[in-house]
Design a protein around this ligand. Structure first.
Ligand code: ADP
Ligand code: MG
Length: 610
């Protein structure tokens, strides 16, 4: 008996769907791209339960005839290409004719559509690839597609979906990727009957402001510089942030021919252009739009793939880096780079050294003392430690219970174990250069980085507080309001439990803000909002959905913001306390981020020199 046979269509469609439609956000991408391909100028996205129950896209595009509407759900049905050669002249987002067929294989779909020239529209209902109903209907010109109960017939897939908040964030991320490229299109995003984003037709800059202005405090785009370069190979336009507006996290977007792309190599080109201008962990924001001949990139990309291959990546790297440097150079009003050779691929990289660009000045407030706060709720060094000491002793008791010990082991497992078994009972620490604590020891001389050491100590305390939900709170006399972007709002809700466990108290204040009424006891009031923003960014950038990972990020942000700064003079007792606490940790040689905390100058090394 022959055993080779063709798969029935609905099975083939479900398999294809597995590749194209992985979660609600991939469905959103396909539907919105179809609306854009149809020339829509207004697109509304409506979701219920983060797209699980309903994902609807309404557009005012060109609509479909009844026959086209039926055909559109067949696999490899597309109006966009006919021949292989067409692939290379693509101006549309979709071309494989797979999306609708895939979506209707894994959901219940209802479509109404009408071309402007037709008097009546057409309605189709499909349930798991089967047409249930089709009839003429009255409807607005354009297309309205409702995808209900995604993956209802593939329970495994449905189970793989994350919490509603995570899926909603995924939806918004995908949405941002699209709306940032189509500022002329009016977009609306509605989630559970609440308008999360209303984005009227605008310029690129206004669109960026509409999305990120909220989160950054005010006037986000005032801190962006224009980038513009035109060569035979590629033209690059867009915006990069001014050096002084950079922070530890940035919004970093590349788009090529109207599509979002990830490109770590090009990202490096931008970072290289900032070389020497940013303090340590700071990174710029950028929104860069590439236009390149479709033949110079791999267009036949997988629909869900965001990494795009360029034929001549090195040349593009040089052009990009030079363009960003030029923007930064112009801004600093230094003599600008000679760009007369524009058009040639070989850019004057060597002459574009950032020497002409002055680095931002970092102002250090030497009188700044984190242990003496001016606020009425001020707590000094002593109070801070009494507080943590109390918590620590409480923790110690709890630690005897094995489950917490296990948890602690997990927290520290990734960090290097201690190398020295040190008895510091009568160590006499000495502060050097306002940033190091020197500790003589029989093996040699320890140099301890005071800020990093304190970060390690606090991190350990905060991780325990998070595990035990025992953070201490100081009430704010005047609540602080934090404005957030739509996706940050969702993220905030997601980590609500962790934020409360560490000592924050808050209420939602408006659809785009929270009012903060209490903050962790050790945190300076003036640092509260910056710390919260760092936490949100750190959790988001970790791209993790594991709560323990969130806890690590939150503990680390808080530790970094509340640790003693550089330049702070320490008393002998304070130094002893830090040293004692540091060496009591199970991992003290590196910070959770991997920065070195201490080094030992051995007796031998000293003897060699003297
Ligand atoms: P592709 O976009 O790759 O062509 P799809 O499965 O996404 O494949 O869509 C199939 C076809 O259905 C499209 O080529 C287009 O002709 C039609 N179509 C889909 N969505 C819309 C829409 N919103 N407005 C008008 N036509 C649409
Ligand atoms: Mg499509």
């Amino acid at each position: 008996m022959d055993i080779v046979h063709l798969l029935p269509d609905h099975v083939a469609n479900q398999i294809a769907a597995g590749e194209v439609i992985q979660r609600p956000s991939s469905c959103l991408k396909e539907l919105v791209e179809n609306s854009l391909d149809a020339g829509a100028t207004r697109i509304q996205v409506i979701v219920q339960d983060a797209g699980r129950t309903l994902l609807q896209v309404v557009d005012n595009g060109k609509g479909m005839s009844p026959t086209d509407a039926r055909m559109a759900f067949e696999r490899h049905a597309t109006s966009k290409i006919e021949r292989v050669e067409d692939l290379f002249a693509l101006s549309t987002m979709g071309f494989r004719g797979e999306a609708l067929a895939s979506i209707c294989a894994v959901a219940q779909v209802e479509l109404t559509t009408r071309r402007a020239e037709d008097e009546t529209g057409y309605r189709i209902e499909i349930d798991g690839s089967r047409i249930e109903c089709q009839e003429p209907c009255a409807c607005a010109a354009g297309t309205n597609i409702r995808v209900k109960n995604l993956f209802y017939n593939i329970p495994v897939r449905r189970k793989f979906l994350k919490t509603d908040q995570t899926e909603l964030r995924n939806l918004l991320t995908e949405f941002y990727h699209i709306v940032l490229v189509y500022p002329k299109v009016h977009f609306t995003f509605v989630s559970n009957d609440e308008i999360l984003l209303e984005l009227p037709a605008s310029t690129e800059k206004q669109r960026i402001e509409a999305i990120y202005g909220k989160g950054s405090g005010r006037n986000y785009t005032a801190h962006l510089l224009d980038v513009h370069t035109d060569t035979d190979l590629v033209s690059i336009r867009g915006f990069v942030s001014k050096p002084e507006a950079c922070s530890k996290t940035g919004q970093q977007y590349f788009f090529v021919n109207g599509r979002y792309m990830r490109h770590p190599y090009f990202q490096k080109a931008v970072l290289t252009a900032y070389a020497g201008m940013l303090p340590g962990e700071y990174t710029p924001s950028f929104f860069l739009y590439f236009d390149i001949h479709p033949e110079a990139i791999d267009v036949n990309i997988h629909p869900t793939k965001t990494e795009i291959k360029f034929a001549d990546e090195q040349a593009v790297f040089q052009i990009l880096m030079a363009a960003v440097r030029e923007a930064l150079g112009k801004f600093s009003l230094a003599p600008t780079i000679d760009f007369d050779r524009q058009g040639e691929i070989e850019m004057p990289v060597a002459s574009a050294q950032p020497a002409q660009v002055s680095a931002p000045r970092i102002v250090v407030d030497r009188s700044y003392n984190p242990f003496h706060r001016q606020t009425p709720a001020a707590r000094g060094w002593e109070a801070m430690y009494t507080e943590t000491r109390a918590t620590a002793s409480e923790s110690e008791r709890l630690l005897e219970r094995s489950e917490i010990t296990d948890n602690r082991e997990k927290i520290t497992e990734s960090r290097e174990q201690a190398m020295w078994d040190i008895d510091l009972a009568d160590a006499r620490p000495y502060q050097y250069a306002g940033r190091y604590i020197l500790v003589p020891h029989e093996e040699g001389l320890f140099f301890i980085h005071q800020h990093r050491a304190h970060v390690c100590i606090l991190y350990d305390i905060y991780m325990r507080q998070l595990a035990e939900q025992k953070g201490t709170t100081q009430q704010l006399l005047f609540p602080e309001v934090i404005d957030l972007t739509a996706d940050e709002m969702v993220l905030f809700e997601e980590i609500d439990q962790e934020l409360r466990a560490i000592g924050f108290e808050f209420d939602q204040f408006s659809p785009t803000s929270y009012s903060i009424t209490g903050i962790p006891a050790q945190l300076q009031e003036a640092h509260a909002l910056a710390t919260l923003r760092d936490m949100l960014a750190a959790v988001r950038d970790s791209r993790s959905t594991a709560r323990i990972e969130w806890q690590k990020q939150i503990a680390l942000s808080l530790a970094e913001h509340s640790a003693i700064p550089y330049g702070k003079q320490l008393t002998d007792d304070e130094m002893k306390d830090i040293v004692r606490r540091l060496f009591a940790l199970s991992a003290y040689t590196h910070t959770p981020k991997g920065q070195r905390v201490l080094t030992l100058l051995t007796q031998d090394e000293i003897a060699k020199r003297l």
